[in-house]
Design a protein around this ligand. Structure first.
Ligand code: C2O
Ligand code: CU
Ligand code: CU
Length: 520
């Protein structure tokens, strides 16, 4: 802890470019910025707006059995604030996108039309699929064009998501409103005894922070405060919470248990979720799917890119608020400028006078223990990754023509991810991992399942056992990167290809350009 505090203060000083004297001076701009940098909306919101539930889309089944989805990305106008409209982007609607739903064992195809004024991509975050279908920066969709990736779903039931991934513009495109869930079901998820009536007792909660100007427009750039403190490079931290694009939302509970499919779709903000009255959240799934047994949590930390499924229990007629509490991000004093001191009300649940639905959470769930899914004994290679500043991974920035790693198909490796004195969040495309330890200590219960994204506290090392995908393609890379979207845009990202085991050495470590790549 002592080490982290020291690091944190160094970050604060480096970030602000001020002296300790300047910081201590109560009248300094910096001191005033510090004093006013936290936000507290506890019991302060009106909760006047019904929670928007993104429509579920089961697609259509083609004659060959393929499940076909269609998404049109386009600008729109949203009513988020009272009496003002906001220009947003969305998929099949003005903001966010449909919740796509498919089953393990089937082939899906998504036809994505880009009706935006800019090139973009749609990336399938957490999906096990060939790199050429991944929707990263190598699969640009030009305005007016369509892209139709197709893959066989071959992973356990999980809450996955999609978002744009054009290099250098991911933050802006996600910020504008494009993101949605992809729910995978499998044989066991239907009979797990968990709530599964979408929109009724199984609801998506996409958490995003935004700031608005006087005209209702969403502000991309941080305000004066963050300019003074020098923390702008870490990304946009909003002062207004949206859940599924709804500000100050309420949800009418009609069942005694409700499953919440949580996604942190924010650019930089981490949440520390809990109920205002202290009742526990029952964690049933992490990024990669269901746990073998539920885990009761007082608080659930959720960093950008992470998902979690929890079951909450309600009594007839009660009203309770879901809140994000203050948290330790590892940066000491700097935590305040990263939102660590913020207390944010998110959503009010209003329970009906009588409640139906599924009863208690079953004591056993169908998820395979992550230690069996990703056995440590199989790991033969250890690699180290350093996340530094606002743009650097292992001392360099991403170059889409440079392959950083060639990895054997289906292998397990140990990845040690180290943060400098900033916080970061680490994500690997196409892969699933298990968090072994953080600074040598066992991770908390919220990290006990299969993951594809993990928070890396400032000054900390997170050790992962990673299972890589089977899809061999020595010419088309997957990405790994910090999921703070500005860091990702700045190039805190690398590329790996998946090769036939034993052929690593022969893989060319440069790649030819792909048609459709936008070189800016
Ligand atoms: Cu959420 Cu590289 O992605
Ligand atoms: Cu991803
Ligand atoms: Cu980062």
């Amino acid at each position: 802890m002592g080490r982290q505090r020291t690091l944190g203060r160094r970050a604060l000083l480096a970030a602000g470019g001020v002296t300790v004297v300047g910081l201590a001076g109560a009248g300094s701009a910096y001191g005033m910025a510090y004093a006013t940098a936290d936000i507290d909306t506890a019991d302060d919101l009106g909760f006047a707006n019904p929670l928007h539930i993104p429509p579920v889309d089961d697609g259509t089944i083609e004659t060959d059995g393929t499940r076909q989805f269609t998404m049109r990305l386009a600008p729109g106008v949203s009513s988020i604030l009272e009496g003002r409209t906001t220009e947003t982007w969305g998929a099949n609607g003005p903001i966010l996108g449909p919740t796509l739903r498919g089953r393990r064992g089937e082939v899906v195809r998504v036809t994505v039309e880009n009706a935006l004024p800019e090139p973009t991509t749609i990336h399938w975050h957490g999906v096990d699929l060939p790199a050429v279908m991944d929707g990263g920066p190598h699969q640009m969709i030009q305005p007016g064009k369509t892209w139709s990736p197709s893959w066989a779903i071959d992973q356990p039931a999980a809450t996955l998501w999609y978002h744009p991934h054009p290099h250098g513009a991911t933050a802006r495109h996600v910020h504008r409103g494009i993101a949605g869930l992809f729910i995978v079901e499998d044989e066991s998820s239907a009979t797990a005894g968990l709530p599964r009536d979408y929109g009724v007792d199984d609801i998506p909660l996409i958490l995003q922070d935004r700031s608005f100007g006087d005209d209702g427009e969403m502000l991309d750039e941080p305000g004066l405060l963050r300019t003074i403190t020098g923390t702008t490079a870490i990304g946009h931290l909003g002062d207004t919470m949206l859940v599924n694009g709804t500000r100050s939302p309420y949800f009418e509970v009609t069942t005694a248990t409700v499953r919440l499919r949580l996604l942190n779709g924010s650019e930089v903000r981490s949440y520390n979720l809990g109920f205002a009255d202290g009742r526990p959240l029952t964690l049933v799934a992490t990024d990669g799917g269901l746990l073998p047994a539920p885990v009761a949590l007082g608080r659930l930390p959720l960093a950008p890119g992470e998902r979690a499924e929890v079951v909450a229990t309600f009594r007839p007629g009660e009203v309770v608020t879901l809140r994000s509490f203050a948290q330790d991000l590892g940066g000491g004093l700097s935590d305040r400028f990263w939102g660590g001191d913020d207390v944010l009300d998110l959503l009010r649940f209003q329970a009906a006078p009588t409640l139906g639905g599924v009863g208690a959470v079953p004591p056993a769930l169908p998820g395979e223990p992550v230690a069996d899914r990703i056995p440590l004994a199989e790991a033969t290679t250890t690699r180290t990754f350093q996340l530094e500043g606002h743009d650097s991974l292992n001392g360099r920035t991403m170059d889409h023509r440079r392959i950083d790693l060639a990895i054997a198909a289906g292998s397990v490796e140990i990845w040690e991810v180290q943060a400098d004195d900033l916080m970061h969040t680490f994500h690997i495309h196409g892969a699933a991992f298990r968090v072994l330890d953080i600074d040598g200590e066992a991770p908390g219960g919220h990290l006990s399942g299969s993951k594809d994204t993990v928070f890396v506290p400032a000054g900390s090392t997170v050790r992962l056992a990673v299972r890589f995908p089977d899809h061999v393609d020595p010419a088309m890379p997957y990405m790994y990167h910090c999921h703070l979207l500005r860091h990702e845009d700045n190039g805190m990202m690398g590329q790996f290809v998946v090769v036939t085991p034993g052929t690593e050495a022969t893989t060319p470590l440069t790649m030819t350009d792909h048609a459709g790549m936008d070189h800016g």
